[in-house]
Structures are given as structure tokens and as C-alpha cells.
Design a protein around this ligand. Structure first.
Ligand code: ZN
Length: 109
């Protein structure tokens, strides 16, 4: 049984500030934002990390980037933004469910 916080959010067990959702991708606000805009782009399908991603998942991963870009446009991040994937312990991954951080709204240099 998979019990990470993102699966619980998607299953309706834990509330979150949902920015966008469809059958494949959810976008929520990070509870500890590191920038004026800090969203998490989350696939509904559970991947613990990139080790779990198979060739047939490539379209879904591509969609994560497209949704991230759509969110950035909707937030008027015209001057740019940052997408981050933290992988594994040394990568600083906190939730064992693959996700992309979208950060923007200030100069992140
Ligand atoms: Zn999960």
C-alpha cells in the first residue's frame, strides 16, 4: 500500500490547495513556499522516483512539463521560472512520489 502524502491528497484523504487537476496531473501549492509562486506538479500515477519511470510513461512525463509551463503562464511568470526535481536522499527529496517544483515570481539567481 502506497501511503505518501501526495497519494493521500489525490485520494482525498488530506486537504491541499489544488491549483489544477485532471485525470493525470495535479498541481498544488507547496506548504512551505520558497518563492512567491511555488507549485508542485504531481502525476496521479505513483512513481516513487525516476527509477520507476518506464518508456510508456514518457508521454505522461512530457505532460508534467507542459502543465508546469501552462501554470507559469497563468501566473504571469513572463520573466522566467525554475523547474526542479529532487531525486533521492542527496537530492533533497522529501516526498517519495515523483514531482516537479515550479518556482517563480522573483529573481531566483
Ligand atoms: Zn504516491
Amino acid at each position: 500500500m502506497i501511503t505518501d502524502i501526495f497519494c493521500k491528497i489525490i485520494n482525498g484523504e488530506i486537504p491541499a490547495e489544488v491549483v489544477y487537476q485532471d485525470d493525470h496531473v495535479w498541481v498544488i501549492k507547496d506548504i512551505a513556499p520558497q518563492a512567491p509562486v511555488h507549485f508542485l506538479i504531481i502525476p496521479v500515477k505513483h512513481f516513487t522516483g525516476l527509477d520507476d519511470v518506464a518508456e510508456h510513461d514518457e508521454a505522461l512525463l512530457g505532460k508534467l512539463f507542459r502543465v508546469a509551463h501552462d501554470m507559469a503562464k497563468k501566473q504571469n511568470l513572463d520573466k522566467g521560472y525554475r523547474l526542479v526535481v529532487n531525486e533521492g536522499e542527496h537530492g533533497g527529496k522529501l516526498v517519495p512520489h515523483l514531482h516537479i517544483h515550479l518556482l517563480g515570481g522573483k529573481n531566483l539567481k
